[in-house]
Design a protein around this ligand. Structure first.
Ligand SMILES: [Zn+2]
Length: 551
């Protein structure tokens, strides 16, 4: 999800800079709850998720959710205690295995469940968790987790979940850590019969109750990360089309409020455009079996897997404005492009620890300029990306803190995108670059990964040692400065303001003629063809420049 906030940038860039830097220089304090939420505890590690059946009744009249989640798992190492996450104010009312009630105790947002039966290694087991209550209401969806209960213009309920960051356990009991995903999932949602629930995957069946309710059964045939699971409930109307993509026909289904059908039919014409562009750059859409959906939601948008939620007002740009200021941002619907880009980077290739959220957001931010390039040319893509740099704050590193569910700077968006664009310049071979992007999606297809795996992959496939490059842009806030001076026919230069060993090659223009240089931390001098040449650094590299003679 794009967590852009224009005011945040304006403040940072002016008055509050010093205070912000000070505030972030102090390490945050973490609690035992943060560790339980953010690490692979022994009580999580012994069992491997294979399947969830989330079966719930959503009551708009009192904002409550009641139901069960049946958790199916394979025993890796026999153990006696299972960790299940469910956040207050929701309660677990029972845990049952093979008809036997299990005892459990609560510690904040965690339940410790005593496994009465022996958990035999290699065996597939299930536990049925009953839960309910009035889940937290999201204060600022999708940036704060919870349920949003609103109404459409006719007064009918319009309800949605969103939970990235704080986690899925804000509305259902689960193993709330990204390292483990079920291989498939069934989501059954019972709602008043005048409403429709849209969740992830394909609609398997609709079952009408005799109590004025109706149940929608959605089946996800692929692994799904927990924050990707969602419910969207409203007076939806539906239309569809088939996109003929790299893997064959892809079912595209669109659900919008009845009042927005005509607007959606126009605006969602961008969905197949997005699919064509991203299949070109990244390879086939990663969830053909589950289809692709755009679902209207009562907030801006979120990358829910195979059920991308949309609330951008059926307008181009980001809520009708251009985040890049270049003009190109008004050529497309930001939410359709950005949130769907996450199908490749977030839903197929998924971070293990939210500290590595750049895997999702840097690549997806970068995908926006690739979209622009695909339809408007390389120069346009570059202009969009360079314009997006106004959203960078360099307040703290892009990588967060591991094992405590703590994400890094919002620079994971625009700065991360600029980092990848810079990497493309270093590789300096567009077809190779595209094959690396497609290779990532092939080799890490439906995988949960650490940031280091992606960094190592890019080093290996580019044939360039990128360790100092990633240390610089992911784990440091400084922007390297290309320091230089010209004397006669000689150019002297080095990198400064950078990590030790930073040695990124750079393209410069000497009086308009391109030249590649290999600066390091030490001064070096090269001969130029011209006397007193003017030096300009290629703006596609995200660096600063200092003419040491001040001219
Ligand atoms: Zn995003």
């Amino acid at each position: 999800m794009q967590k852009h906030n224009i005011f945040h940038f304006v403040f940072l860039a002016t008055f509050f800079m010093t205070f912000t830097v000070k505030a972030f220089s102090q390490a945050p304090l973490f609690t035992r709850q943060d560790t339980l939420r953010g690490s692979v505890t022994p009580e999580r590690a012994w069992w491997d998720l294979t399947y969830y059946h989330l079966d719930i009744k959503v009551n708009p009249s009192d904002s409550s959710i009641y139901g069960t989640n049946t958790v199916t798992y394979r025993v890796i190492t026999p153990s006696k205690v299972m960790q299940i996450d469910l956040q207050e104010p929701l309660n677990l009312s029972s845990a049952v295995q093979n008809g036997r009630q299990l005892t459990f105790k609560r510690e904040g947002n965690v339940y410790w469940i005593d496994m009465a039966e022996e958990q035999e290694q290699g065996k597939i087991c299930s536990v049925v968790l009953s839960f309910g209550g009035r889940p937290r209401i999201s204060k600022r969806p999708p940036w704060s987790a919870g349920i949003t209960w609103t109404k459409d213009s006719k007064g009918l309920p319009f309800i949605a979940s969103s939970c990235q960051g704080e986690g899925a356990s804000v509305w259902w009991p689960c193993k709330d850590h990204m390292y483990d995903e079920p291989d498939s999932m069934l989501i059954s949602v019972n709602v008043p019969e005048n409403l429709i629930d849209v969740s992830n995957g394909r609609l398997r069946s609709v079952v009408k109750g005799d109590d004025g309710t109706i149940t929608y059964n959605w089946f996800v045939a692929n692994p799904i990360n927990n924050y990707g699971v969602n419910i969207n409930i409203g007076d939806y109307v539906h239309f569809s089309e088939v996109f003929n993509g790299e893997k064959g026909p892809l079912d595209c289904n669109y659900y919008v409020l009845r009042e927005n059908l005509e607007k959606a039919k126009l605006q969602f014409k961008q969905a197949p455009l997005m699919l064509a562009a991203f299949e070109h750059w990244f390879g086939p859409y990663p969830f053909y079996e589950d289809g692709y959906k755009l679902v209207e939601a009562p907030y801006l948008g979120m990358e829910h897997q195979s059920s991308v939620t949309y609330g951008n007002g059926f307008k181009n740009g980001y809520r009708g404005s251009d985040l890049s200021g270049s003009g190109w941002g008004m050529k497309f619907d930001f939410i359709i492009v950005h949130e769907s880009g996450h199908e490749w980077f977030a839903n197929s290739i998924t971070y293990e620890d939210i500290a590595d959220m750049w895997i999702h957001e840097s690549f997806t931010n970068y995908s926006e300029n690739l979209y622009v390039e695909y339809y408007y040319g390389k120069k346009a893509g570059s202009e969009y990306l360079l314009g997006s740099r106004r959203n960078i704050s360099n307040d703290r590193p892009i990588v967060g803190i591991y094992n405590v569910n703590y994400e890094g700077s919002q620079d994971m968006y625009a700065k991360g995108g600029s980092m990848l664009h810079t990497l493309r310049q270093i590789i300096n071979d567009d077809e190779k670059w595209r094959s690396i992007l497609r290779g990532l999606n092939q080799d890490f297809y439906h995988k949960v990964v650490k940031g280091s795996q992606i960094e190592n992959y890019l080093t290996e496939k580019s044939g360039i040692d990128l360790k100092p490059f990633f240390d610089q842009y992911l784990r440091d806030v400084r922007i390297p400065i290309f320091e230089y001076f010209v004397r006669g026919r000689e150019l002297t230069f080095r990198w400064n303001n950078c990590v030790k060993g930073f040695n990124m090659p750079l393209k410069i223009y000497v009086s308009g003629h391109a030249m590649n240089v290999m600066p390091t931390g030490r001064f070096q001098t090269v001969s130029l063809n011209v006397k007193k040449g003017t030096i300009k650094v290629d703006p596609d590299y995200y660096v600063s420049t200092l003419n040491m003679t001040g001219k």
